[in-house]
Design a binder for this molecule. Structure first.
Ligand SMILES: Nc1nc2c(ncn2[C@@H]2O[C@H](COP(=O)(O)OP(=O)(O)O)[C@@H](O)[C@H]2O)c(=O)[nH]1
Ligand SMILES: [Mg+2]
Length: 216
């Protein structure tokens, strides 16, 4: 059983200001916060699991698992030896800055260098709310198709980095990586793109180098 915190809609009207304050506080503590967003099943927890296995000894990692219900992801993360707490969003399809702060306060964060927020799985609402994260990272998995940037432009436009995962399955699907990257770059010319497979480990080194460069 993982620790579960039941969240309710933040009472504050000024999410953008709360997000800015949280971002600054975390920076002063030396903790990088990454907001991880994707469709359900794209591979967020699997990417985090591999990242934890590779990096937790060097840069201690904590994960705030947000979901509408269940604690399965937090249990998986804790089994790897990283700190984790599960937050339930009271039916809401996104996290905001106040909810993120409450979730982080539910964890012992001394010495943590990278905290990940595994946001609620969907490509619409999470793109609209600043969580206070320093970086917004989106995951697109190969089976979802190379034309997904055309269908959900806001999410692809606002992310700092895009991880294209399940690359080991590319021969089973019609997925044109170059075409996909072209669509994304048209929306977001500065985005960093990391094609990976969390299953085989392909591409994980570039993703992990990116994280190491961003830590404070
Ligand atoms: N083949 C393959 N499967 C993956 C990969 N990453 C995740 N999966 C599978 O995709 C499913 C959903 O992954 P999960 O990490 O739970 O997705 P989440 O809902 O975004 O957290 C699971 O069955 C994973 O084993 C990958 O890189 N390659
Ligand atoms: Mg998950």
């Amino acid at each position: 059983m993982a620790r579960v915190i039941e969240l309710h809609k933040s009472v504050t009207e000024s999410n953008d200001r709360d997000a800015e304050v949280l971002r600054q506080e975390l920076r002063e503590k030396g903790m990088l916060l990454i907001n991880l967003m994707s469709s359900p099943g794209s591979g967020k927890t699997t990417l985090l699991s591999r990242t934890i296995t590779d990096m937790n000894h060097e840069l201690p990692i904590a994960v705030l698992e947000a979901d509408i219900e269940s604690d399965v992801d937090a249990v998986k993360i804790e089994a790897l030896g990283a700190k984790s707490v599960q937050v339930h969003t009271d039916g809401m399809c996104h996290m905001d800055a106040g909810m993120t702060r409450t979730g982080l306060e539910g964890m012992e964060l001394d010495g943590i260098r990278i905290a990940f927020l595994e946001n609620v799985g969907n490509l619409i609402c999470p793109a609209e709310f600043d969580t206070g994260a320093h970086k917004n990272v989106m995951i697109l998995s190969v089976p979802e198709g190379d034309d997904k940037p055309l269908k959900y432009p806001l999410m692809f436009s606002m992310c700092d980095a895009l991880v294209i995962t399940k690359m080991d399955t590319k021969d089973f699907f019609t997925f044109d990586l170059n075409l996909c990257m072209e669509h994304v770059k048209k929306l977001n010319p500065d985005v960093k793109i990391f094609p990976v497979s969390a299953k085989t480990g392909e591409g994980m080194d570039a993703w992990e180098e990116y994280l190491k460069k961003e830590v404070f």
